[in-house]
Design a protein around this ligand. Structure first.
Ligand SMILES: Nc1nc2c(ncn2[C@@H]2O[C@H](COP(=O)(O)OP(=O)(O)OP(=O)(O)O)[C@@H](O)[C@H]2O)c(=O)[nH]1
Ligand SMILES: [Mg+2]
Length: 222
């Protein structure tokens, strides 16, 4: 995070993490498409021909709250393929928050678990700690057969500490909700540590209202 008091600007780095092909890049593409043109920068993606991210994707966004605080976000995805671990580690450097994109298919259970452990390890390598990192979890690909049931996911949600969202990233439902949930949690944590509300005269609800307005046609998960 960078705070510029003079220009009333905050910069945050958000990272989408998860196993290969879980839909991280698809989330970012949808966020870019759904966001008001005035608030989004250029989406940079680098993929091989089979949909796999080779390096990373990044989407810069910026918007201003009603109280005149400028928020600049850089949203990154990591490449999920096991071989790209060095890139994942670099992308995590200086991350303010993580959205873990899990694949809902039962067959992906192990890949999800391995990726989650890998996240924990790579955070540690960067001197970061999963426990203090704002983290939300998304179960993506809800449209496919052979996915974990809603009841199973609701059960995990009630047991865990992290906010959990369901999504169909290719069509949109749940994508913006996950993103807004991530920003909300990030703000709450940073506010608790740095008293951002007091310093900038803006609370989390107001920030979320401003951000939500940047997504005029949000598709909700039924
Ligand atoms: N049916 C379905 N397919 C999805 C969904 N989300 C993503 N996909 C598909 O899954 C494939 C992989 O999606 P990506 O977004 O490229 O996955 P990724 O997590 O970025 O993968 P890596 O870059 O290799 O880590 C693509 O063919 C997407 O169209 C979804 O919600 N439903
Ligand atoms: Mg990708």
């Amino acid at each position: 995070m960078q705070i510029d008091f003079e220009h009333r600007e905050i910069q945050l780095k958000l990272v989408y993490y998860g196993p290969a092909l879980s839909g991280k890049t698809t989330n970012l593409i949808y966020i870019h498409r759904a966001c008001a043109p005035s608030s989004r920068g250029r989406l940079m993606t680098l993929e091989t021909k089979d949909d796999r991210t080779l390096f990373f994707d990044v989407l810069p966004m910026q918007f201003e709250s009603d109280s005149g605080l400028k928020i600049a976000l850089k949203v990154f995805t990591v490449p999920g393929q096991v071989i790209h671990n060095a890139t994942r580690r670099v992308v995590l450097q200086g991350a303010d928050a993580v959205a873990f994109i899990a694949d809902s298919q039962v067959s992906a259970l192990r890949a999800n678990q391995e990726s989650f452990l890998n996240l924990k390890e790579n955070l540690k390598e960067n001197g970061l700690n999963l426990k203090s990192m704002p983290l939300v979890i998304q179960f993506n690909k809800r449209d496919l057969p052979g996915v974990r049931t809603d009841a199973e996911i609701d059960m995990m949600t009630s047991k865990g500490r992290e906010p959990v969202f369901k999504a169909i990233a290719t069509k949109g439902p749940g994508v913006v909700t996950t993103f807004l949930g991530l920003v909300r949690l990030t703000w709450e944590r940073l506010d608790a540590w740095h008293n951002l509300s007091g310093k900038f005269g803006l609370n989390g609800e107001q920030l979320l209202e401003s951000l939500t307005r940047q997504f005029p046609k949000t598709s909700m998960m039924p």
